[in-house]
Ligand binder design. Sequence first.
Ligand code: HAM
Length: 403
Amino acid sequence: MINPLRGMKDLTFEESERFNFIIDTATTIAKRYGYSYIETPILEETALFKRSVGDSSDIVSKEMYQFEDKGGNDVCMRPEGTAGVVRSFVHTKLDRQPMKQKFYYYGPMFRYERPQKGRLREFHQFGCESFGEASVYEDFTIITMISQIFNELGIGFDLQINSLGCPTCMPPYKQNLVSFLTEIKDKLCDDCNRRIGTNPIRVLDCKNQICQSLLVNSPKLINNLCDECDTDFKKLTELLDNAGITYEVDTNLVRGLDYYNKTAFEFVSNNIGSQSAIAGGGRYDKLVEFLDGKPTPAVGFAIGIERIMELVQMPEVNRDGVYMGAMVEEAVEALFPLATAKRKESKVTLEYNSKGFKSHMKGADKVGARYVVLIGEDELKSGTVWIKDLESKEEKTVLIKEF
Ligand code: HAM
Protein backbone atom coordinates (compact mmCIF):
# COMPACT_ATOMS: atom_id res chain seq x y z
CA MET A 1 0.00 0.00 0.00
CA ILE A 2 1.34 3.43 -0.89
CA ASN A 3 0.73 6.04 1.80
CA PRO A 4 0.50 9.80 1.30
CA LEU A 5 3.74 11.65 2.02
CA ARG A 6 4.44 12.73 5.60
CA GLY A 7 2.58 15.93 6.42
CA MET A 8 0.15 15.52 3.49
CA LYS A 9 -3.46 14.46 3.77
CA ASP A 10 -6.38 13.26 1.70
CA LEU A 11 -9.59 15.18 2.05
CA THR A 12 -12.71 13.04 1.94
CA PHE A 13 -16.31 12.77 3.14
CA GLU A 14 -17.07 14.89 6.18
CA GLU A 15 -13.78 16.80 5.95
CA SER A 16 -14.31 17.74 2.34
CA GLU A 17 -17.81 19.00 3.27
CA ARG A 18 -16.21 21.19 5.91
CA PHE A 19 -13.54 22.37 3.49
CA ASN A 20 -16.12 23.37 0.88
CA PHE A 21 -18.30 25.06 3.46
CA ILE A 22 -15.35 27.19 4.60
CA ILE A 23 -14.39 28.12 1.03
CA ASP A 24 -18.01 28.92 0.10
CA THR A 25 -18.53 31.09 3.17
CA ALA A 26 -15.24 32.96 2.76
CA THR A 27 -15.85 33.40 -0.99
CA THR A 28 -19.33 34.83 -0.44
CA ILE A 29 -18.00 37.36 2.05
CA ALA A 30 -14.92 38.26 -0.04
CA LYS A 31 -17.19 38.97 -3.02
CA ARG A 32 -19.33 41.24 -0.87
CA TYR A 33 -16.17 43.24 -0.15
CA GLY A 34 -15.42 43.56 -3.87
CA TYR A 35 -12.84 40.77 -4.34
CA SER A 36 -12.67 38.70 -7.51
CA TYR A 37 -11.10 35.28 -7.97
CA ILE A 38 -7.51 34.83 -9.06
CA GLU A 39 -5.63 31.61 -9.61
CA THR A 40 -1.87 31.52 -9.98
CA PRO A 41 0.41 28.53 -10.62
CA ILE A 42 1.50 26.29 -7.77
CA LEU A 43 4.99 26.12 -9.25
CA GLU A 44 6.97 29.35 -9.54
CA GLU A 45 10.57 30.40 -10.02
CA THR A 46 12.42 30.06 -6.74
CA ALA A 47 13.69 33.64 -7.11
CA LEU A 48 10.13 34.91 -6.58
CA PHE A 49 9.98 33.66 -3.00
CA LYS A 50 13.58 34.56 -2.23
CA ARG A 51 12.88 38.14 -3.21
CA SER A 52 9.47 38.50 -1.60
CA VAL A 53 9.21 36.25 1.45
CA GLY A 54 12.92 36.86 2.08
CA ASP A 55 16.13 34.85 1.82
CA SER A 56 16.67 34.73 5.55
CA SER A 57 13.09 33.76 6.51
CA ASP A 58 12.55 30.21 7.81
CA ILE A 59 10.15 29.58 4.93
CA VAL A 60 12.78 30.28 2.28
CA SER A 61 15.91 29.11 4.08
CA LYS A 62 14.54 25.83 5.46
CA GLU A 63 11.09 24.93 4.24
CA MET A 64 10.86 25.22 0.47
CA TYR A 65 9.94 22.37 -1.84
CA GLN A 66 12.61 23.49 -4.25
CA PHE A 67 14.03 21.53 -7.18
CA GLU A 68 15.47 21.79 -10.65
CA ASP A 69 12.92 20.94 -13.35
CA LYS A 70 13.79 18.98 -16.50
CA GLY A 71 14.72 22.22 -18.26
CA GLY A 72 17.24 23.09 -15.54
CA ASN A 73 15.07 25.86 -14.02
CA ASP A 74 15.25 26.48 -10.28
CA VAL A 75 11.59 26.14 -9.27
CA CYS A 76 9.60 25.91 -6.09
CA MET A 77 6.14 24.78 -4.96
CA ARG A 78 4.57 27.93 -3.55
CA PRO A 79 4.89 28.16 0.26
CA GLU A 80 2.31 30.97 0.36
CA GLY A 81 -0.02 32.85 -1.97
CA THR A 82 0.88 36.54 -1.82
CA ALA A 83 4.12 36.39 -3.85
CA GLY A 84 2.40 34.65 -6.80
CA VAL A 85 -0.51 37.09 -6.80
CA VAL A 86 1.87 40.06 -6.78
CA ARG A 87 3.95 38.49 -9.57
CA SER A 88 0.78 38.03 -11.60
CA PHE A 89 -0.37 41.59 -10.82
CA VAL A 90 2.90 42.94 -12.24
CA HIS A 91 3.18 40.42 -15.09
CA THR A 92 -0.32 41.21 -16.41
CA LYS A 93 0.39 44.97 -16.06
CA LEU A 94 -2.47 45.49 -13.64
CA ASP A 95 -0.09 47.75 -11.71
CA ARG A 96 -0.46 50.21 -14.59
CA GLN A 97 -4.22 50.48 -14.21
CA PRO A 98 -5.43 53.44 -12.20
CA MET A 99 -8.17 51.63 -10.25
CA LYS A 100 -7.92 49.69 -7.02
CA GLN A 101 -7.96 45.94 -7.42
CA LYS A 102 -8.82 43.15 -5.05
CA PHE A 103 -8.29 39.42 -5.46
CA TYR A 104 -9.18 36.33 -3.46
CA TYR A 105 -7.72 32.86 -3.91
CA TYR A 106 -7.57 29.48 -2.26
CA GLY A 107 -5.47 26.43 -2.81
CA PRO A 108 -2.60 24.29 -1.59
CA MET A 109 0.63 25.70 -0.17
CA PHE A 110 3.76 23.69 0.62
CA ARG A 111 6.21 24.07 3.47
CA TYR A 112 8.69 21.39 4.46
CA GLU A 113 8.12 21.82 8.19
CA ARG A 114 8.16 19.24 10.98
CA PRO A 115 4.58 17.92 10.83
CA GLN A 116 2.43 18.06 13.95
CA LYS A 117 -1.20 18.78 14.78
CA GLY A 118 -2.20 21.83 12.76
CA ARG A 119 1.11 21.90 10.89
CA LEU A 120 1.19 20.15 7.54
CA ARG A 121 3.60 20.09 4.64
CA GLU A 122 0.74 20.53 2.22
CA PHE A 123 -1.96 22.79 3.63
CA HIS A 124 -4.60 25.09 2.17
CA GLN A 125 -5.09 28.79 2.48
CA PHE A 126 -7.93 31.14 1.63
CA GLY A 127 -6.41 34.54 1.01
CA CYS A 128 -7.22 38.06 -0.14
CA GLU A 129 -4.93 40.74 -1.56
CA SER A 130 -6.03 44.35 -1.99
CA PHE A 131 -3.94 46.59 -4.27
CA GLY A 132 -3.84 50.36 -4.62
CA GLU A 133 -5.27 51.50 -1.29
CA ALA A 134 -2.86 53.21 1.09
CA SER A 135 -5.49 54.22 3.63
CA VAL A 136 -5.51 52.48 7.00
CA TYR A 137 -9.26 52.19 6.48
CA GLU A 138 -8.42 49.29 4.18
CA ASP A 139 -6.42 47.52 6.92
CA PHE A 140 -9.42 47.95 9.20
CA THR A 141 -11.80 46.73 6.48
CA ILE A 142 -9.73 43.60 5.94
CA ILE A 143 -9.66 42.82 9.66
CA THR A 144 -13.43 43.38 9.76
CA MET A 145 -13.86 41.00 6.82
CA ILE A 146 -11.84 38.22 8.50
CA SER A 147 -13.82 38.70 11.72
CA GLN A 148 -17.00 38.40 9.70
CA ILE A 149 -15.78 35.18 8.05
CA PHE A 150 -14.92 33.65 11.43
CA ASN A 151 -18.19 34.82 12.97
CA GLU A 152 -20.16 33.30 10.13
CA LEU A 153 -18.25 30.02 10.57
CA GLY A 154 -18.92 30.06 14.30
CA ILE A 155 -15.23 30.31 15.21
CA GLY A 156 -14.02 32.28 18.22
CA PHE A 157 -10.69 34.10 17.95
CA ASP A 158 -8.25 36.50 19.55
CA LEU A 159 -6.79 39.22 17.40
CA GLN A 160 -3.21 40.40 17.80
CA ILE A 161 -1.94 43.49 16.01
CA ASN A 162 1.32 45.35 15.69
CA SER A 163 2.97 47.90 13.45
CA LEU A 164 6.18 47.05 11.62
CA GLY A 165 6.83 50.64 10.65
CA CYS A 166 8.20 51.75 7.31
CA PRO A 167 11.56 52.52 5.66
CA THR A 168 11.71 55.74 7.73
CA CYS A 169 11.29 54.26 11.19
CA MET A 170 12.30 50.60 10.80
CA PRO A 171 16.05 51.02 9.99
CA PRO A 172 16.94 53.19 13.05
CA TYR A 173 14.86 50.86 15.21
CA LYS A 174 16.66 47.82 13.81
CA GLN A 175 20.02 49.40 14.70
CA ASN A 176 18.78 50.04 18.20
CA LEU A 177 17.56 46.47 18.51
CA VAL A 178 20.80 45.00 17.20
CA SER A 179 22.76 46.96 19.85
CA PHE A 180 20.43 45.60 22.55
CA LEU A 181 20.65 42.04 21.23
CA THR A 182 24.42 42.13 20.85
CA GLU A 183 24.74 42.87 24.56
CA ILE A 184 22.72 39.81 25.59
CA LYS A 185 23.91 37.64 22.69
CA ASP A 186 25.69 35.04 24.84
CA LYS A 187 22.45 34.20 26.61
CA LEU A 188 20.32 33.92 23.45
CA CYS A 189 19.75 30.65 21.56
CA ASP A 190 21.71 29.73 18.41
CA ASP A 191 18.81 30.66 16.13
CA CYS A 192 18.58 34.14 17.66
CA ASN A 193 22.34 34.57 17.35
CA ARG A 194 22.13 33.76 13.68
CA ARG A 195 19.20 36.13 13.23
CA ILE A 196 20.97 39.10 14.83
CA GLY A 197 23.07 39.24 11.68
CA THR A 198 20.41 38.26 9.13
CA ASN A 199 17.00 39.36 10.33
CA PRO A 200 17.13 40.84 13.85
CA ILE A 201 13.42 41.58 14.24
CA ARG A 202 12.67 37.86 13.94
CA VAL A 203 14.50 37.41 17.26
CA LEU A 204 11.44 39.02 18.84
CA ASP A 205 9.19 36.07 18.09
CA CYS A 206 11.63 33.34 19.14
CA LYS A 207 9.66 30.56 20.83
CA ASN A 208 12.44 29.83 23.34
CA GLN A 209 11.27 30.78 26.87
CA ILE A 210 14.73 31.95 27.98
CA CYS A 211 15.05 34.24 24.95
CA GLN A 212 11.56 35.59 25.55
CA SER A 213 12.37 36.46 29.15
CA LEU A 214 15.51 38.28 28.01
CA LEU A 215 13.51 40.27 25.48
CA VAL A 216 11.10 41.79 27.97
CA ASN A 217 13.15 44.98 28.10
CA SER A 218 14.03 45.11 24.41
CA PRO A 219 13.29 48.35 22.54
CA LYS A 220 9.79 48.27 21.01
CA LEU A 221 9.15 49.56 17.52
CA ILE A 222 5.65 50.62 18.52
CA ASN A 223 7.25 53.29 20.76
CA ASN A 224 9.59 54.43 17.98
CA LEU A 225 7.29 54.76 14.97
CA CYS A 226 7.55 57.76 12.66
CA ASP A 227 4.64 60.20 12.73
CA GLU A 228 2.86 58.68 9.74
CA CYS A 229 3.06 55.09 11.02
CA ASP A 230 2.11 56.18 14.52
CA THR A 231 -0.95 58.08 13.25
CA ASP A 232 -2.04 55.10 11.14
CA PHE A 233 -1.62 52.63 13.97
CA LYS A 234 -3.55 54.83 16.39
CA LYS A 235 -6.29 55.25 13.78
CA LEU A 236 -6.48 51.48 13.32
CA THR A 237 -6.90 50.86 17.05
CA GLU A 238 -9.52 53.62 17.22
CA LEU A 239 -11.48 52.06 14.32
CA LEU A 240 -11.31 48.63 15.92
CA ASP A 241 -12.43 50.05 19.27
CA ASN A 242 -15.38 51.80 17.65
CA ALA A 243 -16.37 48.63 15.79
CA GLY A 244 -16.22 46.59 18.99
CA ILE A 245 -13.52 44.28 17.62
CA THR A 246 -11.30 43.35 20.55
CA TYR A 247 -7.56 43.03 20.02
CA GLU A 248 -4.29 42.88 21.82
CA VAL A 249 -1.25 44.90 20.74
CA ASP A 250 1.59 42.38 20.59
CA THR A 251 4.83 44.31 20.23
CA ASN A 252 6.69 41.06 19.41
CA LEU A 253 4.41 40.15 16.50
CA VAL A 254 6.74 40.37 13.51
CA ARG A 255 5.34 37.63 11.18
CA GLY A 256 7.52 35.09 9.40
CA LEU A 257 7.60 36.80 6.02
CA ASP A 258 9.81 39.78 5.23
CA TYR A 259 7.50 41.83 3.02
CA TYR A 260 5.37 43.50 5.67
CA ASN A 261 5.36 47.14 6.75
CA LYS A 262 2.99 49.09 9.01
CA THR A 263 0.02 46.91 10.05
CA ALA A 264 0.69 43.25 10.86
CA PHE A 265 -1.92 41.01 12.48
CA GLU A 266 -2.69 37.46 13.47
CA PHE A 267 -5.93 35.77 14.42
CA VAL A 268 -5.35 33.02 16.97
CA SER A 269 -7.53 30.38 18.54
CA ASN A 270 -6.79 28.74 21.85
CA ASN A 271 -8.84 25.67 20.98
CA ILE A 272 -6.47 23.96 18.57
CA GLY A 273 -3.21 23.31 20.43
CA SER A 274 0.18 24.86 19.92
CA GLN A 275 -0.27 25.84 16.25
CA SER A 276 -2.75 28.50 17.20
CA ALA A 277 -2.52 31.01 14.32
CA ILE A 278 -5.64 30.60 12.19
CA ALA A 279 -5.03 33.61 9.94
CA GLY A 280 -2.33 36.17 9.38
CA GLY A 281 -1.64 39.15 7.24
CA GLY A 282 -0.81 42.80 6.99
CA ARG A 283 0.34 45.61 4.78
CA TYR A 284 3.09 45.20 2.19
CA ASP A 285 3.40 48.55 0.44
CA LYS A 286 6.85 47.92 -1.09
CA LEU A 287 6.41 44.42 -2.52
CA VAL A 288 4.90 45.32 -5.90
CA GLU A 289 7.78 47.73 -6.52
CA PHE A 290 10.25 45.16 -5.24
CA LEU A 291 8.97 42.68 -7.83
CA ASP A 292 9.51 45.29 -10.58
CA GLY A 293 6.00 46.76 -10.64
CA LYS A 294 4.84 50.34 -10.28
CA PRO A 295 4.83 51.40 -6.61
CA THR A 296 1.45 50.18 -5.31
CA PRO A 297 0.34 50.02 -1.69
CA ALA A 298 -1.19 46.67 -0.75
CA VAL A 299 -2.63 44.75 2.17
CA GLY A 300 -3.88 41.20 2.55
CA PHE A 301 -4.29 38.08 4.64
CA ALA A 302 -4.57 34.32 4.49
CA ILE A 303 -6.58 31.88 6.58
CA GLY A 304 -5.20 28.39 7.24
CA ILE A 305 -8.07 26.09 6.26
CA GLU A 306 -6.86 22.94 8.06
CA ARG A 307 -6.39 24.90 11.28
CA ILE A 308 -10.06 25.92 11.37
CA MET A 309 -11.54 22.72 9.98
CA GLU A 310 -12.39 21.25 13.39
CA LEU A 311 -13.62 24.56 14.76
CA VAL A 312 -16.26 25.22 12.14
CA GLN A 313 -19.86 24.90 13.18
CA MET A 314 -21.49 23.17 10.24
CA PRO A 315 -25.11 23.96 9.44
CA GLU A 316 -27.53 21.09 9.99
CA VAL A 317 -27.77 18.95 6.91
CA ASN A 318 -31.29 18.42 5.64
CA ARG A 319 -32.35 15.43 3.63
CA ASP A 320 -31.59 16.20 0.02
CA GLY A 321 -32.21 14.75 -3.42
CA VAL A 322 -33.85 11.65 -4.81
CA TYR A 323 -33.05 7.96 -4.44
CA MET A 324 -34.31 5.75 -7.29
CA GLY A 325 -34.49 1.99 -7.37
CA ALA A 326 -36.25 -0.95 -9.01
CA MET A 327 -37.73 -3.95 -7.30
CA VAL A 328 -37.81 -6.06 -10.46
CA GLU A 329 -34.95 -6.44 -12.89
CA GLU A 330 -36.97 -5.31 -15.93
CA ALA A 331 -37.72 -1.95 -14.30
CA VAL A 332 -34.09 -0.87 -13.86
CA GLU A 333 -33.73 0.61 -17.33
CA ALA A 334 -37.03 2.50 -17.06
CA LEU A 335 -35.39 4.57 -14.31
CA PHE A 336 -32.55 5.95 -16.43
CA PRO A 337 -34.56 8.60 -18.33
CA LEU A 338 -36.24 9.64 -15.09
CA ALA A 339 -32.88 10.00 -13.36
CA THR A 340 -31.41 12.01 -16.24
CA ALA A 341 -34.40 14.38 -16.24
CA LYS A 342 -34.30 14.84 -12.45
CA ARG A 343 -30.54 15.46 -12.49
CA LYS A 344 -31.24 18.75 -14.27
CA GLU A 345 -32.48 20.08 -10.96
CA SER A 346 -31.46 17.88 -8.07
CA LYS A 347 -29.12 15.23 -6.76
CA VAL A 348 -30.12 11.71 -7.79
CA THR A 349 -28.77 8.40 -6.52
CA LEU A 350 -29.70 5.61 -8.90
CA GLU A 351 -29.36 2.01 -7.67
CA TYR A 352 -28.57 -0.33 -10.56
CA ASN A 353 -29.43 -3.57 -8.74
CA SER A 354 -33.04 -4.53 -8.29
CA LYS A 355 -33.70 -5.10 -4.60
CA GLY A 356 -36.48 -5.57 -2.07
CA PHE A 357 -38.41 -2.62 -0.63
CA LYS A 358 -36.65 -2.58 2.76
CA SER A 359 -33.25 -2.71 1.19
CA HIS A 360 -34.05 0.33 -1.00
CA MET A 361 -35.41 2.27 1.97
CA LYS A 362 -32.15 1.61 3.80
CA GLY A 363 -30.20 2.71 0.74
CA ALA A 364 -32.17 5.98 0.57
CA ASP A 365 -31.49 6.61 4.23
CA LYS A 366 -27.79 5.97 3.83
CA VAL A 367 -27.39 8.65 1.15
CA GLY A 368 -29.62 11.08 3.07
CA ALA A 369 -32.19 11.35 0.25
CA ARG A 370 -35.35 13.38 0.73
CA TYR A 371 -37.44 11.37 -1.76
CA VAL A 372 -37.54 7.67 -2.65
CA VAL A 373 -38.76 6.71 -6.11
CA LEU A 374 -39.40 3.00 -6.68
CA ILE A 375 -40.70 0.89 -9.52
CA GLY A 376 -42.02 -2.58 -8.63
CA GLU A 377 -44.01 -5.08 -10.61
CA ASP A 378 -47.34 -3.19 -10.26
CA GLU A 379 -45.81 0.15 -11.21
CA LEU A 380 -44.08 -1.39 -14.21
CA LYS A 381 -47.39 -2.77 -15.46
CA SER A 382 -49.27 0.47 -14.94
CA GLY A 383 -46.49 2.79 -16.21
CA THR A 384 -46.21 4.52 -12.82
CA VAL A 385 -43.66 5.20 -10.06
CA TRP A 386 -44.12 5.12 -6.31
CA ILE A 387 -42.79 8.20 -4.48
CA LYS A 388 -42.28 8.84 -0.80
CA ASP A 389 -41.22 12.10 0.85
CA LEU A 390 -39.04 10.92 3.72
CA GLU A 391 -39.49 14.19 5.60
CA SER A 392 -43.29 14.61 5.49
CA LYS A 393 -43.81 10.81 5.15
CA GLU A 394 -46.33 11.55 2.39
CA GLU A 395 -46.45 8.93 -0.41
CA LYS A 396 -48.13 8.65 -3.78
CA THR A 397 -48.10 6.84 -7.11
CA VAL A 398 -47.84 8.92 -10.30
CA LEU A 399 -47.72 8.20 -14.01
CA ILE A 400 -44.18 8.08 -15.37
CA LYS A 401 -45.04 10.69 -17.98
CA GLU A 402 -46.19 13.03 -15.20
CA PHE A 403 -43.16 12.39 -13.01
P1 HAM B 1 1.22 32.92 7.07
O1 HAM B 1 1.02 33.49 8.44
O2 HAM B 1 2.55 32.34 6.78
O3 HAM B 1 0.90 34.10 6.06
O4 HAM B 1 0.12 31.84 6.76
C1 HAM B 1 -1.26 32.14 6.92
C2 HAM B 1 -1.94 31.00 7.68
O5 HAM B 1 -1.69 29.75 7.02
C3 HAM B 1 -1.44 30.79 9.10
O6 HAM B 1 -2.04 31.68 9.99
C4 HAM B 1 -1.86 29.35 9.36
O7 HAM B 1 -3.22 29.31 9.75
C5 HAM B 1 -1.72 28.70 7.98
N1 HAM B 1 -0.49 27.89 7.92
C6 HAM B 1 0.77 28.32 7.75
N2 HAM B 1 1.64 27.29 7.74
C7 HAM B 1 0.90 26.16 7.90
C8 HAM B 1 1.21 24.77 7.97
N3 HAM B 1 2.46 24.31 7.83
N4 HAM B 1 0.20 23.89 8.14
C9 HAM B 1 -1.08 24.33 8.26
N5 HAM B 1 -1.43 25.63 8.19
C10 HAM B 1 -0.46 26.55 8.03
C11 HAM B 1 0.97 34.00 4.70
O8 HAM B 1 1.12 32.95 4.11
C12 HAM B 1 0.77 35.31 3.99
N6 HAM B 1 0.85 35.08 2.55
C13 HAM B 1 -0.57 35.94 4.36
C14 HAM B 1 -0.79 37.24 3.68
C15 HAM B 1 -1.56 37.47 2.59
N7 HAM B 1 -0.24 38.41 4.01
C16 HAM B 1 -0.65 39.33 3.16
N8 HAM B 1 -1.44 38.77 2.29
